[in-house]
Write a protein that binds this ligand. Structure first.
Ligand SMILES: NC(=O)c1ccc[n+]([C@@H]2O[C@H](COP(=O)([O-])OP(=O)(O)OC[C@H]3O[C@@H](n4cnc5c(N)ncnc54)[C@H](OP(=O)(O)O)[C@@H]3O)[C@@H](O)[C@H]2O)c1
Length: 314
C-alpha cells in the first residue's frame, strides 16, 4: 500500500511517500481502508520532539471504512464507515490502510463526508473539552477565543455559541469574515487592535494561538472567570503550566488543557455535525503524495480551518 513514512535522514521534510506492507489487524483491532486524514499540530510537534510512532507513519484523525475485523471486535463490521483519533494508539493514518482498537473509533454517519469526519476528532474534542470541562461554558457568558480561525478555533467559536456564550473571536484581517460566518458576535483583528488593552471583561478566555502575556489576559478576565491555555507558542504553554497556579490565587482561574481522545465526546460533537449545528471548516485538501507540502503549510500557523489529506488506495 502507499504511505507517508517518517525518515529522519530524508531532507528537507522527513516525510517520504512510498510503498509499505499493509498492516495486519490484531484480535482486538480493525483494519481500516483510510479515505481522509486531517493534519494536526500534534503530528509536527511529535515529529520535532522525536516522538515517532512505531510504524513511523503519522496522521491521527482518520476516517475510512472497515476492511477486516479481529475476532474480539464487537462494535464494528466489515464495510462500516468509521472515524477516530489514533494519537493515543500509534497514529498511522497517512496510509492506504491502518489498524486501530475499537475503543478509539466511532461510526461515521452516512450524510457526513469522510473529509468532514476526519476534520473533527482532535480539534473538535479539544475545543469541547476546553470550553465545557475547563471553561465551564454556559448561557450568557462572554467568551474570548484567541485564534478563532484555526483548526481548534473554528470549532471553539461554533461550540461556544452552542453553549449559549457571547463570543468574541481573535484573528487576522483575512479571517475576520470567516469568524463572523461561524457565528461569532464580535471579531477583533489582532493586526489592528491591541485587544488586551481594553475595558471589556470576559468569563472565559481560550488561548488557542499566538503568544499573549498571561498577566494581561488575566486582567481582562471577570472575577470567577476561567482562562484556558489550549495552545500557541511553546513558551506560553510552559509559562501557563509553571505560573498558572500562582496566577490562579483568587477567584480568577488559569487552567491548562491536555485534551484526551474520548469516544463519548467525539460522538457528541459528531451528533452536532450530523444535525449541522456545527460544520468543519476545511481550508485545503491535498493528495497523500503531497503530505509534506500540506504539513509545511500547517506548520506556518496560518491555516484557515483544517488541512485534509485525501487517500485513494486502488
Ligand atoms: N492542549 C491540547 O490538548 C491541545 C490539543 C490540540 C491542539 N493544541 C494546540 O492548539 C494550538 C492550535 O491548534 P490548531 O489546530 O487550531 O492550529 P492551526 O490550525 O495551525 O491554527 C492556525 C490559526 O492560528 C491563528 N493565529 C496565528 N497567529 C495568531 C495570533 N498571533 N493571534 C491569534 N491567532 C493566530 C491563525 O489565524 P491568522 O492566520 O488569522 O493569524 C490561523 O488561523 C496548537 O498550538 C496545538 O498544538 C492543544
Amino acid at each position: 500500500m502507499k504511505a507517508v513514512v517518517y525518515v529522519k535522514k530524508a531532507h528537507p521534510d522527513k516525510l517520504v511517500f512510498c510503498d509499505v506492507d499493509k498492516p495486519v489487524p490484531g484480535e482486538n483491532e480493525v483494519l481500516i481502508r483510510v479515505h481522509a486524514v486531517s493534519l494536526n499540530a500534534a503530528d509536527y510537534r511529535s515529529m520535532r520532539m522525536g516522538l515517532i510512532p512505531k510504524r513511523r507513519i503519522f496522521g491521527a484523525d482518520v476516517a475510512g471504512k472497515v476492511e477486516a475485523a479481529g475476532k474480539n471486535i464487537k462494535e464494528f463490521r466489515v464495510g462500516d464507515e468509521v472515524v477516530g483519533d489514533l494519537a493515543a494508539c500509534g497514529f498511522g493514518g497517512l496510509a492506504g490502510y491502518t489498524t486501530a482498537p475499537e475503543k478509539f473509533l466511532i461510526h461515521k454517519p452516512g450524510q457526513v463526508s469522510y473529509e468532514e469526519a476526519a476534520a473533527l476528532p482532535m480539534a473538535g474534542v479539544t475545543a469541547l473539552q476546553a470550553l465545557r470541562d475547563k471553561g465551564s461554558a454556559g448561557k450568557g457568558q462572554k467568551a474570548l477565543v484567541i485564534g478563532s480561525s484555526g483548526g481548534v478555533g473554528t470549532f471553539a467559536v461554533q461550540l461556544a455559541k452552542y453553549f449559549g456564550c457571547e463570543v468574541t473571536g481573535v484573528c487576522s484581517t483575512k479571517n475576520v469574515q470567516q469568524t463572523l460566518s461561524l457565528g461569532a458576535d464580535h471579531v477583533i483583528d489582532y493586526t489592528r487592535e491591541r485587544f488586551l488593552q481594553t475595558d471589556h471583561r470576559y468569563d472565559i478566555i481560550l488561548a488557542i494561538n499566538g503568544n499573549y502575556p498571561l498577566s494581561a489576559c488575566r486582567k481582562i478576565l471577570n472575577p470567577k472567570g476561567n482562562y484556558v491555555m489550549v495552545g500557541g507558542s511553546l513558551s506560553q504553554v510552559f509559562k501557563s503550566i509553571l505560573f498558572g497556579w500562582l496566577l490562579s490565587i483568587g477567584s480568577k482561574k488559569i487552567r491548562f488543557l491536555s485534551a484526551k481522545p474520548n469516544k463519548t465526546d467525539l460522538e457528541f460533537i459528531m451528533g452536532l455535525l450530523e444535525k449541522r449545528i456545527i460544520s468543519p471548516v476545511i481550508d485545503r485538501q491535498y493528495p497523500l503524495e503531497r503530505t509534506a507540502e500540506a504539513m509545511n503549510y500547517l506548520i506556518k500557523g496560518h491555516s484557515a480551518g483544517k488541512v485534509i489529506i485525501n487517500i485513494q488506495e486502488p
